[in-house]
Design a protein around this ligand. Structure first.
Ligand code: MSP
Length: 508
């Protein structure tokens, strides 16, 4: 039984061979926006992120840096935590796969699957991409290059333990048939469905040629394959295998947020592991696209990385958070460009939102003694009321389906409409002749901004705090289910002009 008032959302756990960059920040910011949104909707929310610290890839990175793998992990984890804090990521728990509790959970899950008869010993002989920690078949890649990262793979032959993935083909297909929204966007669902239909092959889940990993409980000479280890974080992060309150409350996860590169592991291997262990699969896997640079995926190894610091020194944390979710529809790829960033920042945040706030507060100061005036409900502009009503509905609908850019577009419709409203009604003329109408105009503008601040809160929490201080509503208890009726801001509320929310950026 799924508790409908809880929300459990996760990011991938990131490899500790690289510091956080724009790509990893993207998923983590998106998860944070969703978690914050759900909290505002009254859901008890658990937001899990963390780091993936075992396996050959990390071992090699550590060796080449002259460090023990755990030392490397400790350093990079510190960096992750610092950057997430700076980006205002409000996670519930940061999990590391080197934690004892996690190791126990992985071994426990492994035993469960073994007891169910789904582990057997065999010989692996084939190709492996260490960068992606994945086995490659010649069927998927006759040139032996990794189909995901295009690197040359390595041949190895080893005695391994296998998980009977093939046994779950029919179950997996029926699961997909019955849960058409299990994988989103739907194009990804279709891809996976077609691939599962073609057949599932058993997968090796142990390695014996190095020991940087979790010891296999049934054979100490092996460590558990790093993907088996990593995927289990979604359980161990909420207390598995103990039947803790968190585990009972939050499993199954509402959504695993990932990028398309790791969809197979999440949408096929993981649910089959869970089915074997008698646990429910997650409710949804959402696979977003890649940030690219000249059409190449942004990644450390490609040497085309943009770090959050490169952006936030100039555009602020909220400039980055806004841009990443506004610029490309969640699910598609997109090229990162400082020109596009600057344009959106200056035009949408600076000119449209920032100026609307400044104009409104300045007018309330000038024409209404710095306090929100009384208004006359019969004089409230009908188009504004109608747009507020209709966009609010679709903003929530877009948010529920991870259509962040469309939700923001809707919010900007309200912002643009409000700026036009000022230009049309010309409050400076009303001040001379029609004071009662002027009061209603000022009230409408401050109230509309209050509503906007709530919808934008998950995207730009710090700027919205500041904006709400300027509007005099920072102590308001906000909630998306209850706070959005027009007419909530109290006449008499004191506004105060502050610094521009998004100061103009002149060059790159
Ligand atoms: N450790 C595995 C995940 C295990 S989850 C059980 C892994 N780690 S990773 O460090 O390579 O992170 C991959 C994830 O980082 C992607 O799925 C995506 O969420 C994010 N991104 C990394 N580069 C990215 C882009 N250039 N663009 C968008 N997202 C990116 O895979």
């Amino acid at each position: 039984m799924i508790n409908s008032r809880k929300y459990y959302i996760t990011t991938p756990i990131y490899y500790v061979n690289a510091e956080p960059h724009i790509g990893t920040a993207y998923t983590t910011i998106a998860g944070d926006v969703m978690a914050r949104y759900k909290r505002l909707c009254g859901y008890e929310t658990f937001y899990l992120t963390g780091t993936d610290e075992h396996g050959q890839k990390i071992l090699r990175s550590a060796l080449s840096a002259g460090l023990e793998p755990k030392e490397l992990a400790d350093r990079v984890v510190t960096k992750y935590k610092e950057v997430w804090e700076e980006l205002n990521i409000k996670y519930t728990r940061f999990i590391r796969t080197t934690e004892e509790k996690h190791k126990k959970a992985v071994q426990f899950l492994f035993r469960k699957i073994d007891h169910n008869g789904d582990i057997y010993k065999g010989k692996y002989s084939g190709w492996y991409c260490t960068a992606c920690e994945r086995y490659i078949t010649l069927k998927e890649s006759p040139d032996k290059k990794c189909p995901v990262c295009q690197r040359q793979t390595e041949f190895f032959e080893e005695e391994n333990y296998f998980f009977k993935l093939s046994k779950y083909q029919d179950k997996m297909l029926s699961y997909l048939r019955e849960h058409k929204d299990f994988i989103e966007p739907s194009s990804r669902y279709n891809e996976i469905f077609a691939r599962v239909k073609m057949g599932l092959e058993d997968v090796s889940v142990s390695r014996a040629s190095f020991d940087w990993g979790i010891t296999m409980p049934i054979d100490e000479k092996h460590v558990i394959w790093v993907w088996f280890d990593a995927l289990t974080n979604y359980l161990s992060g909420i207390g598995y295998p103990d039947e803790t309150d968190n585990f009972k409350k939050f499993w199954p996860a509402n959504v695993h947020l990932i990028a398309k590169d790791i969809l197979w592991f999440h949408s096929v291997i993981w649910p089959c592991m869970l089915m074997s262990a008698g646990l429910e699969p997650p409710c949804k896997i959402f696979a977003h696209g890649w940030w690219t640079m000249n059409a190449d995926k942004i990644s450390k190894s490609k040497g085309n990385v943009v770090y959050p610091r490169d952006v936030i020194d100039k555009f602020g944390v909220d400039g980055l958070r806004y841009f990443l979710l506004r610029e490309i529809p969640f699910g598609l790829d997109g090229d990162f460009s400082f020109t596009a960033l600057k344009n959106r920042y200056n035009n949408e945040l600076g000119n449209e939102l920032g100026n609307l706030v400044m104009r409104t507060v300045v007018m309330v100061e000038k024409y209404s003694n710095s306090t929100v005036p009384q208004y006359n409900p019969s004089e409230v502009d009908k188009t504004i009321m109608e747009t507020l009503r209709s966009t609010q509905k679709s903003i929530c609908d877009h948010m529920e389906h991870f259509r962040f850019s469309l939700a923001l577009e809707n919010i900007w419709e309200i912002i643009r409409m409000s700026n036009k409203y000022i230009d049309n009604v010309k409050p400076w003329l009303l001040a001379k002749e029609k004071l009662s109408h002027l009061n209603t105009v000022l009230y409408t503008l401050t109230e509309t901004l209050r509503i906007i601040s709530i919808y934008l809160m998950p995207f730009m929490p710090a700027s919205m705090e500041t904006m709400r201080k300027q509007l005099g509503v920072s102590d308001e208890n906000i909630s998306i289910t209850e706070g959005l009726e027009f007419g909530q801001i109290k006449p008499g509320t004191r506004v105060s002009k502050g610094n521009p929310l998004f100061p103009r950026v002149e060059d790159k």
